[in-house]
Design a binder for this molecule. Structure first.
Ligand SMILES: Nc1ncnc2c1ncn2[C@@H]1O[C@H](COP(=O)(O)OP(=O)(O)OP(=O)(O)O)[C@@H](O)[C@H]1O
Ligand SMILES: [Mg+2]
Length: 365
């Protein structure tokens, strides 16, 4: 028998009173045990609401939530948060300032009535897991932001939750700390095998950490896929624009699809690009990533450089097609010195025909 999924969200909807549209609208996601799922999307798309629905802080208007196969929310059912065995880490980590690090981590165990010797053992283990052994007697004020965040993580882990929910846990930290905490989360996940649902509006963070990413767009699930698939094959124009760099270019699919590719005319150039199975000829939008565009002396596409920014190792270039069209993004080698106003010839090496938004959701029209 296969174990039940760590988390099942089935058509979950939450419409706050007095608002025009649901904050979370018919979202269905199944998370397998040990997965690291990122919930990604712009501000206000419903990430925190969905997380609070999973945790039990928010009731569902319709739909169901189950954790480890056990129903938690559904028609006539609402298991309170403290009975869900879910660990929570929020952006504002709310440690008790008057308690030591060990005291903070021990607190939920005390509340749960765990005996003192076991408490001490579990606190020590949790602090070791987040790399804070030896910090037991410090107070939160004597810690860096990242260390405080790790205390919050230890406090969550000490309860041995089956499922850990994190809402923008790195949002308050500076760039360097974010990078090192990102590593901490990744190695923590690898070590413990805990199932994690991680809310972020930072697509790079989601890409770096997640086994799969759920992109929310105005309360709806726009796509649920592994980072590579999300980047290579965005399901909607919104996902294409939100995840990774690149451009969305109006195009025409000029022939039938074979072996995952079809002939496409875009920016006055004929190319053979990646399409989903069954893509029909007709108007389309193409997602061009920086690596899809290659400088070539006899390339068919002429562009004018609008902006060039040295990024260390490469130069990030924004360029406008000479014949008109949206701004393209490409990378040139770090030893070159591209200058705004210069012309450049490009070859279109690859690209992805973004599926029609309504083709994906025929029921919604
Ligand atoms: N308690 C509430 N009452 C009414 N509307 C709310 C409430 N909480 C959130 N909303 C609205 O629901 C929508 C989703 O909010 P939510 O906090 O889930 O977004 P989010 O994706 O977490 O955004 P952010 O990235 O800014 O944290 C927003 O339009 C928000 O204004
Ligand atoms: Mg939020």
């Amino acid at each position: 028998m296969t174990p039940p999924p760590a988390l099942t969200i089935d058509s979950a909807t939450r419409h706050y009173a007095g608002t025009r549209a649901p904050a979370v609208d018919g979202v269905s996601i199944t998370v397998e045990a040990g997965e690291f799922l990122a919930l990604l999307g712009p501000s206000g798309c419903g990430k925190s609401t969905l997380l609070r629905m999973i945790a039990g802080f928010e009731r569902l208007d319709s739909g169901r939530v189950a954790v480890g196969g056990r129903p938690m929310s559904g028609p006539g059912l609402h298991v309170p948060p403290e009975e869900r065995r879910i660990g929570l880490v929020f952006q504002s980590y709310a440690l008790w300032p008057h308690m030591t690090v060990a005291g903070n981590v021990a607190y939920p165990l005390e509340t749960a009535g765990v005996a003192k010797p076991e408490r001490a053992e579990r606190v020590a283990a949790a602090l070791a897991t987040v790399g804070l052994d030896g910090f037991d007697t410090r107070r939160p004020a004597e810690l860096s932001g990242g260390q405080r965040q790790r205390v919050a993580l230890a406090r969550c882990l000490v309860m041995r939750p089956e499922l850990v929910l994190l809402d923008e846990p790195l949002a308050n930290l500076d760039v360097h700390l974010r990078a090192s905490m990102e590593e901490e989360f990744a190695s923590f996940h690898a070590r413990t095998g805990a199932t994690m649902v991680y809310v972020t509006h930072d697509q790079a963070e989601a890409m770096a950490l997640a086994t799969r990413i759920a992109v929310l767009d105005q309360g709806r699930l726009a796509q649920l896929a592994a980072p590579r698939d999300l980047y290579r094959e965005p399901a909607t124009p919104m996902v294409a624009g939100f995840v990774g760099q690149g451009a969305l270019v109006p195009a025409t699919v000029t022939g039938p699809a074979t072996h995952g590719r079809a002939p496409v005319r875009l920016l006055g150039v004929d190319a053979v690009l990646r399409v989903r199975p069954g893509e029909e000829p007709g108007e389309a939008l193409v997602c061009l990533r920086p690596e899809d565009l290659e400088p070539a002396p006899d390339g068919p596409l002429e562009v004018r450089i609008a902006r060039a920014a040295y990024k260390g190792g490469f130069v990030l270039v924004e360029a406008v097609p000479a014949g008109g069209g949206p701004r393209l993004v490409l990378r040139l080698p770090g030893h070159t010195h591209p200058v705004a106003g210069e012309s450049l010839r490009l070859a279109i090496r690859d690209g992805w025909v973004v599926p029609e938004a309504d083709a994906l959701n025929p029921a919604r029209g």
